[in-house]
Write a protein that binds this ligand. Structure first.
Ligand code: 5AD
Ligand code: SF4
Length: 332
């Protein structure tokens, strides 16, 4: 059993210690996933959001500044065809937190399932919703849901998200209850966040019993209250990925595009630290421009980038690991 003290040490490691940590993380990834990296296709379905996170350019207060969009179910289905054409089977629908997405996504899901003849994982990241809405989406075929706790420090959570950590954790519990494969995750390097607090993030992910965890460095985005703050450290983020792999070895852990924003080959380093998911962007160029997550310096992941990365890391592109389950539409 890892103690908080052990995890803080892992987060602090550099040089030879860091290499050993990554080696251990890779060993665990190999034990649970062999050399497979799950490749997802993401469609960003809306840049509108009712939440006002201080780190995010899509925050509510920026609505008037941004050129906003909500994709219709038809548009979502059309974009999913490109994901299928590339041979992927994880359709990841991501967007700001607005109530309207429940309806459009619920309409789109059965048709995406049809398009893939059932061989598709529908992964959602659409923010907090009521349990009834999560249930509706699950019943029409949603398989998995990412809802990051962002920071497990209740004070920082309230400060930067203006919402309680408790309410987010309740949503995560509701998703688990409904049989979703659930992802949580953390932002590394938020102003005022200590290594001990990041260790708590890792322990929380372990305690929640989730199936996926994401670790992203904090990127100070323009036109946000945190634009003048320093970005999160790449090394601490990588150490956090490795520590997550050791604390929750069975979890899917992405090498997020924000790693590439911090440094060329950042995502390759993420894979070296024990990550096992990559996500290709399938939003149209115009929509990518308006989807301001991380601000204008965002790195857009394409198919050829993923192919090169996998080759360099000596890993293999693989499909969803969540599909050997229940008949369509029934809970696990
Ligand atoms: N830096 C790092 N991560 C961010 N996110 C949003 N803005 C930022 C930022 N500036 C992350 C949040 C959210 C996910 C969709 O994007 O963790 O859950
Ligand atoms: Fe909305 Fe998510 Fe951005 Fe927060 S991080 S403002 S919930 S889109």
């Amino acid at each position: 059993m890892l103690t908080k003290k052990n995890i803080v040490e892992q987060l602090n490691s550099f040089g030879i210690e860091q290499s050993l940590l990554f080696e251990e993380a890779q060993k665990q990834r190999y034990l649970h996933f062999n050399n497979n990296v799950i490749v997802r296709g993401v469609i960003e379905i809306t840049n509108l959001c009712r939440v006002n996170c201080d780190y995010c350019p899509m925050r509510k207060d920026n609505t008037k500044r941004n050129s906003t969009f909500i994709m219709s179910s038809e548009e979502i289905i059309k974009a999913s065809q490109y994901i299928k054409a590339l041979g992927l089977n994880v359709v990841f629908l991501q967007g700001g937190e607005i109530p309207q997405t429940t309806k459009t996504v619920a309409e789109a899901i059965p048709r995406i399932k049809e398009l893939f003849e059932g061989d598709v994982e529908i992964l959602l990241c659409l923010g907090d919703k009521s349990k009834a809405e999560y249930k509706l989406l699950r019943n029409v075929g949603a398989d998995s849901y990412i809802l990051k706790h962002e920071t497990s420090d209740a004070r920082l959570h309230l400060k930067f998200r203006h919402k309680s950590l408790k309410s987010r954790l309740r949503c995560i519990e509701n998703l688990l209850d409904l049989g979703y494969k659930v992802g949580t995750g953390t932002i590394v390097g938020l102003p005022g966040q200590s290594l001990a607090s990041i260790a708590d993030d890792i322990l929380l992910a372990q305690e929640l019993g989730v199936h996926m965890v994401s670790v992203s460095p904090f990127i100070p985005a323009l036109e946000t209250p945190l634009e003048k703050n320093a970005h999160g450290s790449l090394d601490v983020t990588l150490n956090c990925i490795a520590a997550m792999r050791l604390a929750t070895p069975h979890c899917l852990i992405p090498a997020v595009s924000a790693l590439e924003v911090l440094k060329q080959d950042g995502q390759l380093k993420g894979l070296e630290a024990g990550a096992n998911v990559l996500t290709i962007n399938f939003s149209s160029t115009a929509r990518q421009r308006d989807y301001l997550i991380y601000g204008k310096s965002r790195y857009i992941v394409k198919d050829d980038h993923v192919k090169t990365l996998l080759k360099r890391a000596g890993l293999i592109q693989s499909k969803s690991t969540f599909l050997q389950r229940k008949p369509f539409g029934e809970p696990n």
